[in-house]
Design a protein around this ligand. Sequence first.
Ligand code: SF4
Ligand code: SF4
Length: 94
Amino acid sequence: MSVPKVEEKLFQNRYVIDAGHPHIRIVDPARCRSGCRQPCLVCCPAGCYTLDAGEVVLITDGCLECGTCRVVCLARNLEWKYPRGGYGIQFKFG
Ligand code: SF4
Ligand code: SF4
């Protein structure tokens, strides 16, 4: 039996979106532009951070709740909490 790839494992997860209640928020978008090297763009394994017309955009749908963005954001520009009960990622694999 072949071992599933990481992408295949991630595809097995399910995500319950808590519309209107993102569990991570960029506190001050201006700080993302001024001097930050924007590590969140490359460190998030779920690709929740993207650039749109030079602005860092965060969409928490699909967030794995790994906490990486919280660690790499040295500007402490993220308000981070777990999703409310019943929402967020539901892991199929341990
Ligand atoms: S690491 Fe923090 S301050 Fe820098 S772009 Fe990402 S969210 Fe903004
Ligand atoms: S907690 Fe992990 S998966 Fe979620 S947005 Fe931050 S880096 Fe991405």
